[in-house]
Design a protein around this ligand. Structure first.
Ligand code: UD1
Length: 342
């Protein structure tokens, strides 16, 4: 394959580039080096184009000779406040729209799109009396009172969280999630218009070497590591029992590479969850990192972020069965790997 890798200088992108090159593919990295993520502009090198996906001319010339595009470029994270709203829509929704338009002009038909588990909103829940239910967004009064679990929307009973599959209802609950889902929808329409193929990979919480440091947009594992580096305790929001699936960045890069290579044999549009299959609580991640680091024990603060969902964990069986993907890192090895990343 000759691949254009947008966001190729980012946390996930650098691992994807390594694996593509190791697999004998040609890679052109396309990255805007946005200053809120990258402290420095890069030295010029062959195979690197500094550009924003919204910049049509630079993008169009970068697409010459490309047969597959992997679109990782995005503004990630939950956002700091409402001032981030238009930047999410512009960077992610508009960015994807411009990319799709230029792919159509260049007659490039194969796209891997980096989506996210956040498109599901609150994950899967079952009520003993009402079966599978979709909880409402959590209410501020409940969160203020320390009631973090979303109740059954019918009888208010406690719910059992479960694993989301790709055909679950999509229900984004913050600006980032909305922008990621709009990218999927735009890609589906592009597929119909052009006869192309897209795999949308819905990443779980990605962690590992190269995670961004000291930014409010970093994932929680990086935030905890930065706290430990400063000699401080990791600060765990809510009661620490919120559930996630932490998937190692090298396993994620393998999923991206595999799905790009499989595109010619794929149906028009396929969504794949990408998670390790191991459910972990944020409190457990904090405890494990503090222990492995030899730092202070975590503090559970009871703080919350309104855009956060309580539990979100997925089944990645489709990716395993259809593409033969297998996660290889367990969380202890993965977190140690993260701590040794200096
Ligand atoms: C993360 C990713 C998002 C990705 C999604 C896929 C980041 C910043 N977010 O979202 O891009 O699409 O996974 O599932 O990488 N928390 C603390 N203390 C802190 C910060 C956070 O306890 O200092 C808690 C949060 O309240 C939340 C959990 O940690 O419950 C995870 O937060 P975060 O790492 O931001 O990830 P997600 O919101 O799950």
């Amino acid at each position: 394959m000759r691949v254009l890798l947008t966001g190729g200088a980012g946390f996930i992108g650098r691992h994807v580039e390594d694996q593509l090159v190791a697999g004998g593919h040609e890679v052109v990295v396309y990255d805007s080096f946005r200053p809120d993520v990258h402290a420095q502009r890069p030295e010029p090198r062959p195979g690197l184009i500094v550009g924003d996906v919204r910049d049509r001319e630079t993008l169009a010339s970068a697409l010459h000779g490309i047969d597959t595009v992997i679109h990782l470029a995005a503004k990630v994270g939950l956002g700091v406040d409402l001032d981030d709203l238009d930047d999410y829509v512009s960077s992610n929704s508009l960015g994807t729209a411009v990319l799709l338009k230029e792919l159509a002009h260049a007659k490039i038909r194969h796209l891997v799109y980096a989506s996210s588990m956040v498109v599901y909103g609150e994950g899967r829940y079952d009520c003993d009396r009402h079966g599978q239910v979709a909880p409402e967004p959590r209410r501020t009064e409940d969160l203020d009172a320390g009631n973090f679990e979303p109740p059954c929307p019918v009888c208010a009973a406690p719910l059992r969280p479960g694993l989301v599959k790709e055909d679950a209802v999509l229900d984004p609950r913050n600006a980032y999630a909305t922008s990621k889902l709009s990218g999927e929808h735009l890609a589906q329409w592009w597929v119909r218009e052009t006869g192309s193929r897209v795999s949308a990979l819905r990443f779980h919480n990605v962690y590992g070497p190269g995670m961004p440091r000291n930014t409010p947009y970093a994932g929680v594992a990086a935030i905890f590591r930065s706290a430990l580096d400063r000699g401080e305790a990791p600060r765990v929001f809510e009661d620490g029992r919120q559930r996630r699936d932490f998937v190692h960045v090298r396993d994620v890069a393998a999923a991206v590479t595999l799905s790009a290579a499989a595109l010619p044999q794929q149906p028009a549009f396929t969504a794949y969850n990408v998670g390790s299959g191991t459910v972990t609580t944020i409190g457990e991640i904090a405890t494990e990192l503090s222990r492995a680091y030899g730092g202070p024990a975590p503090v559970v603060t009871g703080q919350y972020r309104l855009g956060d969902v309580r539990h979100i964990t997925a089944s990645s069986e489709r990716l395993k069965h259809e593409l033969g993907w297998k996660p290889t890192f367990d969380i202890q090895t993965g977190l140690t790997d993260l701590l040794h990343d200096r």
